[in-house]
Design a protein around this ligand. Structure first.
Ligand SMILES: Cc1cc2nc3c(=O)[nH]c(=O)nc-3n(C[C@H](O)[C@H](O)[C@H](O)COP(=O)(O)O)c2cc1C
Length: 227
């Protein structure tokens, strides 16, 4: 039987729905337990991400322990206080009002690491740009984020952390790169727009302004002219 390469309209709508309705969640976490099979599915989605040379450089560290999460939360608070010093006046007031992590509220925290030295993949594709291992790991994070949305789970990425201290807290080997620290759990709502947009911190750029055709800075395709 020939393989069906096509998504039905409904399946396609589901993919786009996950993309457009995915949110970074910091508030709205519920304490409800995430069943093991659901956690397994989103981790498996992450594990099916593309990776350079098929090296699969990621590891997933699932953190449920409350004491460890409290320690990570203290790390976040210190890092956030330091980060706040970069802002002045109205922007500082706005920064101070933002909720930038849900470490304690989310029942699962997940640390995603990248092993640049992983032998899998035989180094294919890595000679010209060593950063591609990192990019692969970020693809895994995005897979997980979208799958989580389809499972009605919120995910929040916390980057305001002292990463060396975090590695010590979690016992992550020194030679690995800590790529993402995620808060995961069911939520009371998914907001329709990014939190930072709703709070007046930043807006989404216009797609046309970041799309170039053939040469940098050419923002129209010329397709219309050719017709
Ligand atoms: C690499 C990365 C790091 C981020 N770090 C933080 C963070 O430390 N705290 C936070 O509240 N949001 C963080 N975010 C979430 C962004 O603020 C969010 O993605 C953006 O505002 C757009 O909102 P949306 O994800 O809901 O579409 C991070 C996102 C990415 C991709």
């Amino acid at each position: 039987m020939p393989q069906d390469n096509h998504f039905s309209d409904e399946e396609r709508r589901g993919v786009y729905r996950a993309i457009y309705e995915r949110r970074d969640v910091r508030s709205h976490f519920l304490p409800d337990r995430v069943p093991d099979d659901v956690l397994h599915r989103i981790l498996d989605a992450a594990h099916h991400a593309p990776s350079v040379g098929f090296m699969q450089p990621w590891d997933f560290l699932v953190i449920r322990d409350a004491e460890i999460r409290r320690s990570v939360h203290r790390n976040f608070e210190c890092a956030s206080r330091r980060a706040a010093e970069a802002y002045r006046d109205e922007q500082r007031k706005l920064y101070d009002s933002l909720k930038l992590a849900g470490i304690l509220e989310a029942p699962i925290n997940l640390c995603v690491t990248c092993d640049h030295a992983r032998l899998k993949g035989g180094g294919l594709g890595r000679q010209t740009d060593p950063a591609v291992a990192l990019y692969s790991t970020v693809c895994a994070v995005q897979n997980l984020w979208l799958a989580a949305r389809a499972e009605s789970l919120g995910v929040g990425w916390v980057s305001i952390l002292d990463l060396e201290q975090l590695k010590t807290t979690l016992g992550v080997p020194a030679e690995l790169t800590l790529v993402a620290y995620l808060c995961i759990g069911y939520v009371s709502e998914f907001r329709p727009h990014p939190d930072l947009e709703e709070k007046g911190w930043e807006t989404r750029s216009d797609l046309a302004s970041v799309t170039h055709f053939d040469r940098w800075g050419v923002h129209h395709s010329g397709e219309q002219d050719r017709k």
